[in-house]
Design a protein around this ligand. Sequence first.
Ligand SMILES: *Cc1c(COP(=O)(O)O)cnc(C)c1O
Length: 331
Amino acid sequence: MNLSSIPRRKYNYGPTPIERLNNLSEYLDGPDVYIKRDDLLGLTGGGNKTRKLEFLVADALKNNADTLITCGAVQSNHCRLTLSAAKKEQLDCRLVLEERVSDSYNLNANGNNFLFNLLDAGDITVVPGGSDMMKEMEKVADQVRSEGKSPYIIPGGGSNEIGATGYVACAQEIMTQLFEHSLDIDYIVTTSGSAGTHAGLLVGMEGNNNHIPIVGISVNKEKKVQEENVYNLVKKTSDYLNVQNRIDRKSVNVFDDYVGPGYSLPTDRMKEAIKLLAQKEGILLDPVYTGKTMAGFIDLTRQGYFKKGDKILFIHTGGSPALYDYTSLFQ
Ligand SMILES: *Cc1c(COP(=O)(O)O)cnc(C)c1O
């Protein structure tokens, strides 16, 4: 698969490292755990949306847009990174935030909200949980047009076929690294949220005839719904990139046991996972995505799903800035 003809901006500095987590592996006494450090990607605070934005912003510029519009939860990493890309490209940016937990928007909150203010997000639109976010963004787009400007809407999480292409590229990067390090991985473990990361990795791996099983841990939706979302995006992304292989529905595999009471709401296992990675490896996870995903990986290991001798690649999708809005949980 050749991505070189697809418009792309460059926000990263080369492949993110893959490291072996020696202390965590020893502590769990199970599989060998490796981590792909996508928390170290470019733009403000790094994380998986930076890979997607390389392709999304390039498409916006190709369409002569001057204003990026996107949406997310009140502590959205995707909104922070879209705003950061907009600043770098000298574009305007309008954020629409969804209060998935009611009354959760607080202008003075820490974490990503602090960064929205520091990067000067301008007018932020806040809407109640369950709103039709595409419709809300269209309203903002109409307003932007009425000001004589040209909007470009990026869907939630940057998860359409253009954004997912960032994770097709990541899969190719991983394959090169595994080859260089002579590393034979048995499973890839990733968060499955708005699905672009999970779907992109699947298209990148399967599309290149690499069948390492990819295990998605849901942070929001139930298994059936999430697998359907991922598979739909797999098909769209495959069409967009003219992938010849038909990717089997069975390769989409999601666990939904680690969501807890709901999206962004804390669980004890998430807290344990965040403390473990901090104290054993000096690596920061986040409470909304990677903390719950690591909690899932640890529990699946304890249940024997991942076995001693297995080699696991955990994708660290970022998010640590959000941790600073959850400090009271850890005091
Ligand atoms: C958005 C996000 C995810 C989920 O990725 P999707 O592509 O939306 O499934 C995982 N981790 C972090 C830190 C994120 O911000």
